[in-house]
Design a protein around this ligand. Structure first.
Ligand code: SF4
Ligand code: SF4
Length: 139
Protein backbone atom coordinates (compact mmCIF):
# COMPACT_ATOMS: atom_id res chain seq x y z
CA UNK A 1 0.00 0.00 0.00
CA UNK A 2 1.33 3.43 -0.96
CA UNK A 3 1.50 5.42 2.29
CA UNK A 4 2.06 9.16 2.30
CA UNK A 5 3.30 11.35 5.11
CA UNK A 6 2.25 15.00 5.01
CA UNK A 7 2.27 17.92 7.38
CA UNK A 8 -0.72 20.18 7.88
CA UNK A 9 -1.61 23.26 9.88
CA UNK A 10 -5.09 22.85 11.35
CA UNK A 11 -7.17 25.68 12.72
CA UNK A 12 -10.36 24.83 14.52
CA UNK A 13 -13.12 26.72 16.30
CA UNK A 14 -13.38 26.45 20.07
CA UNK A 15 -16.53 24.31 20.04
CA UNK A 16 -14.91 21.55 17.98
CA UNK A 17 -12.82 20.68 21.04
CA UNK A 18 -15.69 18.50 22.24
CA UNK A 19 -15.63 16.30 19.15
CA UNK A 20 -13.23 13.37 19.03
CA UNK A 21 -11.87 14.38 15.63
CA UNK A 22 -8.53 12.64 16.01
CA UNK A 23 -10.31 9.45 17.09
CA UNK A 24 -12.27 9.45 13.82
CA UNK A 25 -9.17 10.15 11.73
CA UNK A 26 -7.52 7.08 13.21
CA UNK A 27 -10.49 4.76 13.35
CA UNK A 28 -12.48 5.68 10.22
CA UNK A 29 -9.67 6.64 7.86
CA UNK A 30 -6.72 4.66 9.21
CA UNK A 31 -4.58 7.79 9.49
CA UNK A 32 -1.55 7.87 11.77
CA UNK A 33 -1.23 11.16 13.59
CA UNK A 34 1.86 12.79 14.98
CA UNK A 35 1.18 16.09 16.76
CA UNK A 36 4.13 18.41 16.16
CA UNK A 37 2.73 21.53 17.78
CA UNK A 38 -0.48 22.35 19.63
CA UNK A 39 -1.88 25.68 20.69
CA UNK A 40 -5.21 25.06 22.31
CA UNK A 41 -6.64 27.57 24.74
CA UNK A 42 -10.03 26.94 26.32
CA UNK A 43 -12.80 28.93 24.62
CA UNK A 44 -10.50 30.18 21.84
CA UNK A 45 -9.62 29.09 18.32
CA UNK A 46 -6.97 26.40 18.42
CA UNK A 47 -4.24 25.42 16.02
CA UNK A 48 -2.27 22.26 15.52
CA UNK A 49 0.62 21.25 13.33
CA UNK A 50 0.17 17.60 12.49
CA UNK A 51 1.97 15.00 10.49
CA UNK A 52 -0.55 12.63 8.97
CA UNK A 53 0.36 9.29 7.44
CA UNK A 54 -2.06 7.27 5.35
CA UNK A 55 -2.84 6.24 1.79
CA UNK A 56 -3.49 9.25 -0.39
CA UNK A 57 -7.16 8.31 -0.70
CA UNK A 58 -7.59 8.08 3.08
CA UNK A 59 -5.69 11.33 3.57
CA UNK A 60 -8.10 13.08 1.21
CA UNK A 61 -11.11 11.60 3.01
CA UNK A 62 -9.71 12.56 6.41
CA UNK A 63 -9.05 16.14 5.33
CA UNK A 64 -12.55 16.38 3.85
CA UNK A 65 -13.96 15.07 7.14
CA UNK A 66 -12.07 17.73 9.11
CA UNK A 67 -13.26 20.48 6.77
CA UNK A 68 -16.86 19.28 7.12
CA UNK A 69 -16.33 19.82 10.84
CA UNK A 70 -15.19 23.42 10.28
CA UNK A 71 -11.52 22.67 10.75
CA UNK A 72 -9.33 24.40 8.16
CA UNK A 73 -6.40 22.30 6.89
CA UNK A 74 -3.50 23.91 5.09
CA UNK A 75 -0.58 21.83 3.91
CA UNK A 76 2.69 22.92 5.51
CA UNK A 77 4.48 23.95 2.35
CA UNK A 78 7.32 25.81 3.94
CA UNK A 79 10.64 24.65 5.20
CA UNK A 80 13.56 26.26 6.94
CA UNK A 81 16.98 26.28 5.35
CA UNK A 82 20.15 26.86 7.32
CA UNK A 83 23.45 28.12 5.92
CA UNK A 84 25.68 25.74 7.87
CA UNK A 85 28.87 26.91 6.16
CA UNK A 86 28.68 30.38 7.71
CA UNK A 87 27.43 29.18 11.13
CA UNK A 88 29.68 30.17 14.04
CA UNK A 89 27.92 27.69 16.39
CA UNK A 90 27.09 30.33 18.96
CA UNK A 91 24.00 28.35 20.02
CA UNK A 92 21.67 31.39 20.11
CA UNK A 93 19.06 29.73 17.92
CA UNK A 94 18.79 26.63 20.12
CA UNK A 95 17.20 28.70 22.89
CA UNK A 96 14.10 29.46 20.78
CA UNK A 97 13.66 26.07 19.11
CA UNK A 98 11.13 24.34 21.35
CA UNK A 99 10.64 21.59 18.76
CA UNK A 100 14.17 20.35 19.42
CA UNK A 101 15.22 20.69 15.78
CA UNK A 102 18.23 22.85 16.68
CA UNK A 103 20.59 21.44 19.25
CA UNK A 104 24.22 21.87 20.11
CA UNK A 105 26.45 18.84 19.95
CA UNK A 106 28.42 19.60 23.08
CA UNK A 107 31.17 17.12 22.19
CA UNK A 108 32.04 18.90 18.93
CA UNK A 109 30.48 22.23 19.93
CA UNK A 110 28.57 22.27 16.68
CA UNK A 111 24.99 23.11 15.86
CA UNK A 112 22.91 20.17 14.62
CA UNK A 113 19.75 20.83 12.59
CA UNK A 114 17.21 18.01 12.37
CA UNK A 115 14.77 19.14 9.68
CA UNK A 116 12.43 16.22 10.50
CA UNK A 117 11.67 17.83 13.87
CA UNK A 118 11.24 21.36 12.47
CA UNK A 119 7.68 22.68 12.68
CA UNK A 120 8.51 25.89 10.80
CA UNK A 121 7.59 28.17 13.69
CA UNK A 122 10.17 30.63 12.26
CA UNK A 123 11.46 31.67 15.70
CA UNK A 124 15.04 30.90 14.73
CA UNK A 125 14.97 33.36 11.83
CA UNK A 126 15.32 36.53 13.97
CA UNK A 127 17.34 34.68 16.65
CA UNK A 128 20.41 34.19 14.46
CA UNK A 129 22.76 37.20 14.55
CA UNK A 130 24.11 36.22 11.12
CA UNK A 131 20.69 35.69 9.47
CA UNK A 132 21.53 32.13 8.52
CA UNK A 133 17.96 30.82 8.47
CA UNK A 134 15.62 31.35 5.57
CA UNK A 135 12.06 30.31 4.89
CA UNK A 136 11.76 28.32 1.70
CA UNK A 137 8.23 28.33 0.25
CA UNK A 138 7.58 25.14 -1.69
CA UNK A 139 4.38 24.58 -3.61
S1 SF4 B 1 11.56 27.05 12.48
FE1 SF4 B 1 13.50 27.18 13.57
S2 SF4 B 1 12.93 27.42 15.73
FE2 SF4 B 1 11.10 26.69 14.65
S3 SF4 B 1 11.18 24.46 14.81
FE3 SF4 B 1 12.21 24.95 12.91
S4 SF4 B 1 14.36 25.10 13.39
FE4 SF4 B 1 13.23 25.21 15.36
S1 SF4 C 1 22.31 31.49 15.93
FE1 SF4 C 1 23.10 31.41 13.83
S2 SF4 C 1 25.33 31.41 14.04
FE2 SF4 C 1 24.47 30.91 16.04
S3 SF4 C 1 24.42 28.65 16.09
FE3 SF4 C 1 22.43 29.33 15.36
S4 SF4 C 1 22.65 29.32 13.12
FE4 SF4 C 1 24.70 29.27 13.95
Amino acid sequence: MNMQKKRYVLKFPSQSGDKPLSYHLVKDFDIRINILKAEVRPGKTGSLVLELEATSSNLKKGIAYLEENHVSCEPLNKKITWDHVRCIHCGNCTAVCFAGALEMDHQKWELQFDSEKCIVCELCVPACPLNLFEIDFRQ
